[in-house]
Design a protein around this ligand. Structure first.
Ligand SMILES: C[S@@+](CC[C@H](N)C(=O)[O-])C[C@H]1O[C@@H](n2cnc3c(N)ncnc32)[C@H](O)[C@@H]1O
Length: 221
């Protein structure tokens, strides 16, 4: 399997289930991982684009023939079996992820890797009865990503505003990837501020927040 470090990371967080759905699967590597490792009984892999789905259909041809993998062309959860117990949505924006879940159904377990607007995803999950099993930032292939593993069987805990913005586990149990991301973001803001003619106040407020989180985080290490 020639998947990226990001995808290997995501696959490492996939749990065993009965019926798995990989929404916006594109290449289909995560579905392949579930099937190769016998982590589920059946997989539905879907994409809004028939052309993208074709790649996964080729990759998973043997499993399709065996009758345990099912390709679906659809938007979001439109044609996905509502009895699916684990849904993966990775590599899409947070607003798109929220739209997919709002317009579809709410499965017992979710693994989400938003490319941006993770705060909107966290707020949506908390408002809809999910508890977070994991909520942290990781570094792979030269970039930082957020990963959120949520379950309706886990009690939704109180999230502070900072936890919603930065990710709960990053604040409670900071890892080196989150610290590196804070350092990178602070450097970026400092250089934008140095070159900015307008909007310095907003940038300054954002930088002050990052510095506050950074010093709290370092204290926790
Ligand atoms: C950047 S790729 C991510 C692929 C894979 N999930 C990953 O993490 O590497 C996004 C994929 O989602 C598909 N997509 C975008 N919006 C979608 C939607 N609303 N429903 C289903 N698929 C969608 C795109 O066609 C594309 O193949």
């Amino acid at each position: 399997m020639k998947k990226s470090a990001r995808l290997s990371f995501i696959c490492g967080e996939l749990d065993e289930c009965e019926l798995f759905a990989d929404i916006g699967c594109d290449h289909g590597y995560c579905s392949e991982y579930m099937l190769d490792h016998r982590l589920c009984r059946k997989v539905q892999f879907s994409d809004i684009s028939a052309k993208c789905l074709k790649k996964a259909e080729t990759l998973l041809a043997a499993y399709i023939k065996e009758g345990i993998a099912f390709p679906v062309v659809c938007a979001g959860l439109e044609k996905i079996d509502p009895k699916t117990d684990l849904v993966l949505i990775a590599g899409m924006g947070g607003e798109e992820i929220v739209k997919i879940l709002s317009e579809g159904f709410l499965p017992p377990k979710l693994l989400l890797q938003p490319m941006k607007n993770s705060d909107k995803v966290r707020s949506f999950l908390l408002q809809n009865g999910y508890g977070m099993q994991k909520d942290y930032t990781f570094f792979a292939d030269g970039k930082f990503y957020d990963l959120i593993k949520a379950s309706r069987a886990v009690k939704a805990e109180e999230y502070t505003r900072d936890m919603i913005c930065f990710g709960r586990d990053n604040l409670l149990f900071p890892g080196k990837d989150f610290i590196r991301k804070l350092e990178r973001d602070m450097r970026d803001l400092e250089s934008w501020m140095a070159g900015a003619k307008d909007g310095k106040e907003n940038l300054g407020a954002r930088l002050a927040k990052l510095r506050e989180i950074y010093s709290e985080t370092c204290r926790r290490l």
